[in-house]
Design a binder for this molecule. Sequence first.
Ligand code: HEC
Ligand code: HEC
Ligand code: HEC
Ligand code: HEC
Length: 398
Amino acid sequence: MLFVDAGDWSGDPNPQGAMQTRALIEAMNVLGYEIANVGQRELAPGWEVFQERAKQARFELVSANLVWQDSGEPILAPTTVRKVTLRNGARVKEVRIGFIGLCQNNPAFQAQGPGGRRIVTLDPAAAAEKLLPGLRKKADIVVALVSMDLDLARALARRVKDIDLVLGGGGPIQTRPDDFPEDTQFGRSRLMYVGDQGKILGEVRLFFNAQRGIASTQRAAIGLSSEWPEDPALAQLMERTKAAINDDNRARTEAQSPFAAAPATAPQQAIFTGSERCAECHQDEAAAWKATGHAHAFQALVKANQDYNPKCIGCHTIAYGQPGGYTSPMMTPTLQNVGCEACHGASSRHPAGGGPYGRTSTVLCLTCHTRENSPDYDPATYIPKIRHWKERPAAAGK
Ligand code: HEC
Ligand code: HEC
Ligand code: HEC
Ligand code: HEC
C-alpha cells in the first residue's frame, strides 16, 4: 500500500493556516505518506516557509512543472519511482511505479525563491511529454499526481498517451467509479478524482498483467464521515491544534485596540443592541427564545475551544463581520449567541423610531442551518421547536 497526495495540501497563507499545515504534515508523517505533489498553494506563504515544511515532511515532494524562471529547471525532483511487492498469487512479484507531479499552469503565478530567483509554472502536458520517456525506462507504469481542475486533468490524460493513472483533487467534483469509462478512461489512462478539502480518501487497487502493465483497477472514493472511528493519537493532534489556533486568535483579538476593532457605523444606520432589552416588552417571545439552543449557542463554541475561530463565530453570534455586529467577548458581550437580532435585524431604532421593524422569515433559517452544519435540519421539526409567534392562518395551510 502506498499513500500519496495530489498536491495543494497546504492551509491558507495566514497564521491559522500555518498551524493547520504543520499539524497536517505531522499527521501525514504518522500515516506513512510516501509522496506528495506540490501545488501552487504550497508556495503561497513564501520560500522560507516552504523549505521548513519540506524539512518537516518525511515524504518525498515532487513537481515537474514548478520551475525556476531563469533556467526552466524544476525546483524539486520531477519524478520518483517506488518498487512495490505484489501479494502472493499475482502474476508478477514486483512492479516499479513511476510518479510525476504536475500542477495547473497559471501564467499569472510567480513565487519568490531564494536570492531573488523566481518560480513559475510550465504547461503540465509539455513537461510530462518531455520527462516520460526517461521515467518509462525506470518504471513499469506511470502515475501522475495532479493538482488541477478536473477538465484540465482529463485533457492531460487525453493528450499525454503515456500516463497509466491520473490521481487528482482540487474543486468539489468526484469522478464516478470504474463502471463509467466515459468519465474515467481515456485511451490507456485511467483517472481518479476525489474532491478537495481532504474529506474523501481515494483508494485505487491495481491489478497487473504478466507484462507488468495495468490489467484492471478498482477505484473507490471513501467519505471520511464520523462513522469511521477516530485514531486516538491523530484525534489528540487535532484537538491540540484547534486549541492552539484558538489561543492564537484570542491573543490577536485582545491585542487589537478597541478603536480599531469596532467597525465604523454610519450614524443613520440602526445598530445591534443585544437581546436583553427586548424582554421588557416582549416577555413571551424572550422566554420562548431563552429555552432554545439559540440562547446559548456561543457556549457551544467555548466548550469546543473554538470561540475565537472566525470560521465558526458567524453562525453562533449576532451579525459577526457586519457593521456594528459581534467582534469579541470584550467589545460586544451582548451580541454573543443567536440573539433576537440575528433574525430580526439591528434594532436601535425600535420601537422609538416608530417605523416597522423585525420582518423576517423562516427561509432565513437556512443561512445557518446549512447541510454541512445542520445535516438533520427539517423545517417541519425544527421550526416548531423555536416558534415564538402566532401561527398565521395562511402559513398553517388551513
Ligand atoms: C419599549 C418596548 C419594546 C422594546 C424594548 C422592543 N420592542 Fe419590539 N415591539 C414593541 C411594540 C410596541 C411593537 C408593536 C408595534 C410595532 O410594530 O412597532 C413591537 C413590534 C416588534 C416586532 C414586530 C411584531 C409583529 O407583530 O410583526 C418585532 C419582530 C419586535 N418588536 C422585535 C423586537 C426585538 C427583537 C427587540 C429587542 C432587540 C424589541 N422588539 C424591543 C415594543 C418593544
Ligand atoms: C453556517 C453556520 C455555522 C457555522 C459556520 C458553524 N456552525 Fe456550529 N452550528 C450551526 C448550527 C445551525 C447548529 C445546530 C445544528 C443542529 O442542531 O441541527 C450548530 C451546532 C453546533 C454545535 C452543537 C451545539 C450543541 O450544543 O448541540 C457545536 C459544538 C458547534 N456548532 C460548533 C461549531 C464550530 C466549532 C464551528 C467552527 C468550526 C461551527 N460550529 C461553525 C451553524 C454553524
Ligand atoms: C432564529 C431566528 C429568530 C430568533 C433568534 C428570534 N426570532 Fe422572533 N421571529 C422569528 C420568525 C421566523 C418569526 C415569524 C415571522 C413571520 O412569520 O412573519 C418571528 C416572530 C417574532 C415576533 C412576532 C410575533 C407574532 O406573534 O407574530 C416577535 C415580537 C419576535 N419574533 C420577537 C423576538 C424576540 C424578542 C427575540 C429574542 C428574544 C426573537 N424574536 C428571536 C425568528 C426569530
Ligand atoms: C445566525 C445563525 C442561525 C440562524 C439564522 C438560525 N439558527 Fe437555529 N441554530 C443555530 C445554532 C448555532 C444552533 C446550535 C445552538 C446550540 O445548541 O448550541 C442552532 C440550533 C437550532 C435548533 C436546535 C436547538 C434547540 O433550540 O433546541 C433548532 C430547532 C433551530 N436552531 C431552529 C432554527 C430555525 C427554525 C431557524 C429559522 C427561524 C433558525 N434556527 C435560524 C444558528 C442559527
